[in-house]
Structures are given as structure tokens and as C-alpha cells.
Design a protein around this ligand. Sequence first.
Ligand code: GCB
Length: 605
Amino acid sequence: MLEYSMLYPKATQTRRAISLDGMWKFCLDKEGTGEEKHFPDGILGKDVIPVPASFQDFYTEKETREFTGDVWYEKEVFVPEEWKGKKVFLRFGAATHRAAVFVNGRKITEHEGGFLPFLADITETACYNAFNKVVVKVNNELTVTNIPCGETITLPDGRKMSKPYFDFFNYSGLQRSVYLIAVPTEYVFDFDLTYQISGRTAEISYDIQTTGGHDVSVSLLDEDGKEAASAKGKHGALEVKDAHLWQVRNAYLYRFIVRISDGGNLIDEYEQEIGIRTVEVKGASILLNGSPVYLKGFGKHEDSDIVGRGFHIGVMKRDFELMKWIGANSFRTAHYPYSEEIYQMADREGFLVIDEVAAVGLFESLMNFMEANTGKKTAFFEKETTPVLLKAHKKAIEEMIARDKNHPCVIAWSLLNEPDTSNEAAVPYFKEVFGIAHELDKQKRPRTFALIMNSVPDVCKCYQFSDIIALNRYYGWYVKGGYEISEAEQLFRKELDAWKALNLDKPFVFTEYGADTLGTEHKLPSVMWSQEYQDEYLKMTNEVFDSYAFIKGEQIWNFADFQTTEGILRVNGNKKGVFTRQRQPKDAAYLLKKRWTKLPLDYKG
Ligand code: GCB
């Protein structure tokens, strides 16, 4: 059972939502003694920083960028007098990776996990008609007991350092929007929708949770604002005649409105845009509204200059425009649930989203994806601490599904990225993780996880859990790159033949493939890292994709270049982007545009 409502903050007739985005006071806590120094009553210094944003890339000192430990935020927040008698919350879109929230010196709540929202109930603590001091301690240390996994080491001079088991910079802070919200004491807490379509009629079954016993009614408005259906009761069904379906890159959004009332008095009202669509896996097909779809698109990151992993509304817009331009229809939220506004945009633009929980780095080594080929014996899921990790992982899945389940764009859950599946110890872990996703999602969306390159048929103990087999493969890059690319192709086909021989009768999607490419580099004939090689690599890969009927999607790694930890394998970041970090096309973008704008939606259907 959820601790708090995950519904997106919205002002309605009965609710208020005030954005607290903007400048917040900020300081690092180098000694980790903020509490002793009474930071909850007010933090040190006069520095201010934008929220939402990662704190790292604003500063010119490397010590700040690489800082690992506690950072503190503070803001004066006015709570209106007329909110007395309502429930008042602070809502954090995310605090990476964990946070403690204090109001007027009192600790209100803590939250673990850096990519999902949480509420701090300040109804009792807030001073009304007055300013309140909100202080947030955010900690960005990596551990093996929370996701994403990594380590925090201490350098000889005593400074802490993050050692991610994953390939993206450990950006952190208040990276998403913060709201002050007020809702009635009896309010809409959560709802689930499921769809059935027969001919031109759709049935929307709904299940609403409120915090009280008063009557509930629901109403559905079409895009012209006309009522398409209505019903009474917390549970029931709406019949929509001549339903407009939510289709790929052709979205139709209805407004779903829930009201609680006491006779003629409105107690609470909430509304959300929804799309009528079904999604299922049948044999080797992914079906949307009963018709096969082929996924074209990207593994992405929330990553851009200056704001790091901070949500940036302009970057989001540019990314969607580029995805439309190139002919993409889908993306995976690698490697964590993204900002909620991105799903709202995907709903509006008709993109298919594989929603990934932050379970990345579940492998026993640093830059683990590189060591996967070395045969090093690993047993990640056999640690003493595994049960603690599992608990955190399941909680994150619960929060992700609660947050995202009513987005039409979400067509599948990705429950892990590149875990260690070479050992039987992974099996009971997977059972739990896949089980909880199935249980919590009333739409029973397909579940998947991205298989690391050594997870081939005779090694991987867990692919049977997946409804869609998702492969991350780098033949022609990590395996036999450059002049050896013809051998890479042979090995690639050999692996796919082995999968084919299993006759799994499931769809396969490539959730990663790609080659690092410098936007500045041209070379004829090609060398690895040049734009010519990225094209050569893609031509080979695309031919392989086209020769196997069970491959039902291609999501290249990555949409854009992104920041990673520094090291000899990365030239100031991962350069596998089809676009640069500044969102300009590399040559490969034109090659993909040519291919993707031609491939029909039901390709190989
Ligand atoms: C992977 C990881 C991804 C890396 C990518 C790469 O397998 O899932 O996080 O960035 O490879 O470029 O090496």
C-alpha cells in the first residue's frame, strides 16, 4: 500500500498547487555534520542554486562537481491562511538519491530512491498565513543496497567519491519540480483504468481510491470538451461509443475527471488526460489496439549541459521535435523513471515508452558492462545485502507503477538494466520483481529487462521472465569493431540464430546498440570514433535486424551524447549519441531518418 498519493499536482476547483521552482539556498556539507550545526533551522552561507537542476555543473571547482555526501537546500515558503483545514503537502518530483525534509526545524519525512516523487505532509507543522522554512538534506552516495547500485569510496585525503556501477554521471540534487499543494481532507488518492475495445466502442473500467466514504462520480470529456461518458461509484465502467483511440504518433487524449461529493457539495475534484488504447504481447508481436507495432527510437537519458539531469522543459521540447524529425516512435527511459512532464508529452505526441526503474548496476564490478565478457565469476544476487536491495527495488517498482500506470504512452515496464543473470541466485530475485509488477499493474503491461551482452541463451537464467526479450548488443563496437566488423556481423548472426533456435515465440527488441562517435571527427576511409564508422556500423546492424522476423524493435543507444564519470573509455562522456549533447545531428541521424521514415509501423507484423 502506498504511503502517499502519487497523483501529479494540479489545481482544480478543490485543489491548489504552487510551484516552488526557482532559486533555493544551497550548501555542501563537507563534514556531514549539518544536523549538529542546526542546518534544519537554517543552512550556512548565502549561495543560491536553481531548482530543478543537478547541482554539479554550475560550479567551477572540481571538488563541488565531484562532491559525494550531503547537500542542503533551503527555501522560505508562504502557506496561505485559507488552507487551514485542508491537507497541505510539499511534493518533490525527485530528490537524488535520498532526502530528509525539515519544516521550521522539524523533520517531516525521509525518502529513499532518487527518481520518483514523494510527499511531505506539513498539515500539522506549517504556520499558516506565514513564511515557513523548508530545509531539505539530499544525499547522493551510492550503495549496493539501493538502486542504482554503486559504491562510495573515501580518498586518502578523506574526501568521499562516487563509484557508480553504471555508465552515467552521478548527477544529483533536487532535479525535478517541487510543489506546495493543498487538497481537501477527503480526497482522490489513486485510480486505475483498464481498457477493452470492441469495434468502435470502448469500455473503460475504473477503480478509484479516496480517503473517505462519500459518493464518487466520474466523467470523460473528449478533445472538444464534450462529455463522452459518465458514471457513478468508486468502481465501474464507462462506455465510450465511437471512441477515438490513442494511436502511435496520432494521439487522442480524453480528460478523465473524478469528483467526490456530498449531495450537491463538491468535496474534491481531480482530472488527468488519458488515452484509450490496449497493449499486449501475442506470440512474437507487440500489439497496440490489436495491431502490430515495430519500435523505432532510442535509449535516452535525462542529460544536458549546465542542468545535468535536471528537468528542463526546453530540452524536453527539442528532444521530442528531433525524435519526430527522425521518424522515431518510441524510447526507453534508460536508466530510471523520467520526469513526469516527459510522459505527459509522450502521451500528447503518441510515443511508445518502455518505462525503466533505476535498477542499473546490478553486477559485481565497476563499469561492469565492460567486464561482462571477461568471464569473471560474479554472483551479484547472492550477497548478504541482497534482501535489502530487493526491498528497495520492489518499492521503486511500486512507486513507478503508481506514478505512471495511467499514461497511455507507457507500453511496457523494464525492471532491470543489464543485471547479472549468469547465476541461479538471480532467479528468485527476478521472480519477486516480475511478480510485483504484474500484481500492481492492472493493465498487465508486458514486462522486460535489458540483457547484457554476455546474457546469451545458454548463460542467461532469467530471460523466461520477460514478455519482450530486450537485448543490449554491441557487435562492431565492444565486440570486433573497426576492420573486424565483418566478423562482428557473423558473431551477431550466430547469437541471433541461437535465440531463434529456442523458438520462444516472443518479440525481441534491441534496447541498445551503438558506436561511440565524435561529432567533430570525419575520416575516409572510416576509423572507429569517426562519423563514417557510426554509419558503417549502423548499416551492418540494420541488415541484421532486417533478417530476423522476431525482431520487433530497434532503440539505438543513445539519443544524444551524455555525461559519464571520467575515465579512459570515455572522452568527456559517452559519445554514442545520434545527436550531440547540444542536440545537433551527427551523420548517423540522416541515415536513421531515411530508414525510420520508410519503415511501416507494422513492419514484420
Ligand atoms: C550498456 C549500458 C549503458 C552504457 C552502454 C555503453 O550496456 O546499459 O548504460 O552507456 O552500454 O555505451 O557502453
